[in-house]
Structure formats: structure tokens, C-alpha cells
Design a binder for this molecule. Sequence first.
Ligand SMILES: *[C@@H]1O[C@H](CO)[C@@H](O)[C@H](O)[C@H]1NC(C)=O
Ligand SMILES: *[C@@H]1O[C@H](CO)[C@@H](O)[C@H](O)[C@H]1NC(C)=O
Ligand SMILES: *[C@@H]1O[C@H](CO)[C@@H](O)[C@H](O)[C@H]1NC(C)=O
Length: 380
Amino acid sequence: MQPTPPFSLSVPSKMTKVVTTLNYLWLSLLLYALNMHVMAFWPGGRSTRFYDFKVQTMRTTKLCNTQDIVTINGMYPGPVVYAQEDDRVIVRLTNESPYNATIHWHGVRQRLSCWSDGPSYITQCPVQPGQTFTYEFTLIQQKGTLFWHAHISWIRGTVHGAIVIYPKTGVPYPFQYPYEEHIIILGEYWLRDLRQLEQAVLASGGGPPPANAFTINGHPGPNYNCSNNDVYKIDVVPGKTYLLRLINAGLNMESFFAIANHKLTIVEADAEYIKPFTTDRVMLGPGQTLNVLVTANQPIGRYSMAMGPYMSARNVPFQNITSIAYFQYLGAMPNSIALPAPLPVFNDNLAVKTVMDGLKSLNPAQIPKRLIKTFSSLLV
Ligand SMILES: *[C@@H]1O[C@H](CO)[C@@H](O)[C@H](O)[C@H]1NC(C)=O
Ligand SMILES: *[C@@H]1O[C@H](CO)[C@@H](O)[C@H](O)[C@H]1NC(C)=O
Ligand SMILES: *[C@@H]1O[C@H](CO)[C@@H](O)[C@H](O)[C@H]1NC(C)=O
């Protein structure tokens, strides 16, 4: 007896073959059209900005302790990515460190470029030691200050830097043109390996221990032991107005920032222009950015720029020593005492609410608003 085959093989007739071929033809035409449609909206960018990022460890001494920290190109904070609205940005990341790495472009909308977003194990595998990965994205309709940081383990504590997006050529800022611009990155510094710190925190099930220091552009300032000369300083010309691009690149802590005797006028928040709002201090959570204008309108001298903790939860230990940098007038005595900047107490919720309530979009409000219900209109 012949064994019955487990399944019957039907020989396709000539007719079905023709139908199948037509189906394929139709399908590929459809895919082609779809592809062309997507390509038509693919953000090309006006100019292309190219950056070479090398993940490297660097021996660093702070607070009388020497350790190896992970950096980009041996810089802490890392290199600034400069671009204009609608530019294409290409960053080639080469991992010369012994650790896995990725970079996340915090706040970049990544339209049609989600594979360049950077969170490890979400949109990409970690870039392994010795490997290279190229990030490519267009800053479509984005301008202002954003930042980038590592998005794997806690090495973002030292692997971070600013993204400065200028408006298109010929398009002015919607506020007073500053005499100069400065990037101010608020950070947290640990005297230990950040990957081990993360593992210890995960194993403990508790919160992270306090940072050993807060930093302004990588410098703890004179309030910490063994840090008297590790201070960041901006030299200012009396009467001039400065744009400070504030970034909180801290791992965990929300932070207040203030300058002694000077008002801050917030003109932009998270890369969106806002109605100018003047305040004595601001608060930024990790990942937030604020652009503020400061006018050097005080008597010639040295003024503190201060960063301190905001903590609304109870019984959580945190670093409470203020990090200080100098806002120093030309003509001030080099060793003059810095006037102290009064920061709110760590749990001053009202101070935070006042700042947050002051942030109002520059765009006229259209409420109620029509909802976008189709996907294709989001692509344009
Ligand atoms: C590094 O990344 C690779 C994938 O790219 C992964 O297989 C490996 O486990 C990672 N190594 C560590 C130590 O996390
Ligand atoms: C700074 O050093 C002094 C003297 O050694 C010590 O008492 C103090 O606790 C130290 N402060 C910090 C924040 O480490
Ligand atoms: C600052 O922190 C230290 C150590 O946790 C604590 O003893 C001290 O009371 C704190 N000071 C303030 C003003 O909160």
C-alpha cells in the first residue's frame, strides 16, 4: 500500500498562476507608491552638520579624588552639537571605551528617524566596545536648547552635552539679542563608577544615594572640600545682556538655579519660545532646559551663580551643598568675595509653582483645538 502524503500538493492551474503574478505586480506597485509618498516627506534638512563622537574614558580629579569617567571625546561636559532649525545632523559614534554605549538626543522629535533616538534595547542594541553607530536626524521645526546624553546604565551622569539649535538664517530671536551666549549645564557628580552605582541601587531596591557634589559645567565650586579652584566662571561686560542656556543633566535631582542680585528672564523652555517671564530663580528637573536672559546691571563685582536641590518628598537623603560658579564683571578684583545667591529652601513648592505657572507659550492659544485624527497629516 502506498503511504498517504501528510498533505496534498495541489498543482496550481495556469489561471491561478496569472492571478498570483498580477497580485504581486499590484502589491509591488502599491509598496512603491507608498515608499515614494514617504520619501516625499523624508526630512532632508537644509545643511548637514557632521559630528564625530568617540566614547572614551578619561582620568579625572575632583574633590581630591582621581577616577576614570566615561566621556565623549575626553570632554566633561561633552562637545556641543550646533545646528540651525531644519538642519540634518549626523553623528558618528565610535565606542573606544570598555563599556556598551548609546546616545539619546533628548527632546529631538525624530520624525521618521526613530532608529536614531538612542535608548538602548528600545530602538537599538548597545554600541559595543570597538563598534561604530551613526545617528542621523533632522531638527524639523525645532530651535533652542536641547541636550544629548548616554542612554544606557547611568553613564549619562558624565556622558552629556548641549544641543544648540539656532533659528534659520535671517530669522531673529523673538527677544532682545544677547551680547553673548553661554551654556550652563547643571550636573551631579559621584566619586564612584556610575554603572556599579546603578547596580548597587537596583540591588538595594531603594533610592539612589546623594551625589558627592552638584556641578555647574562640571565644576563643583568652592563650597565643597578640596574644590576651591574647581569653579566655573563667566566674565561679563557691565551693561550687557547675556543669554544663558540652562540644562539640567543631573541623574536624579531637580535643582534650583539663581544668580546673586540678578533677575532671570525666561524666554524659552525645552526648545519652545515663551512669553518673557522675569524671576529671581528657576527650577529645572533632569532633562529640562531653559533659556534665560540676564543683564549685567549691578555694581562691578563677582556674583555667585548657584545650583541647589529641590526635593518635595520627605525623608529622602540628598546632597544639600550648593554648587557655585561665578558671574564676574570685567573690572572686578580677581579674588573678590562672591556675593551669595539666595536659593529657596529645598522643599519650597511655592517657588517652583511660581516659576512653572510663569511659563506661557508665545503662540496664541486656540482652544478648543481640532484634533488631528489621521496619521498621514502628522507626516507633513
Ligand atoms: C552589550 O551590548 C550587547 C548588544 O549590543 C549585549 O549583547 C551585551 O550583553 C551588552 N553587554 C553588557 C555588559 O551589558
Ligand atoms: C570637609 O572637610 C572637613 C574637615 O576634614 C569635614 O569635617 C567635613 O565633613 C567635610 N565636608 C564634606 C562635605 O565632606
Ligand atoms: C544637609 O545634609 C546633611 C547630611 O544629610 C544633614 O545633616 C543636614 O541637616 C542637611 N542640612 C540642611 C540645611 O538640610
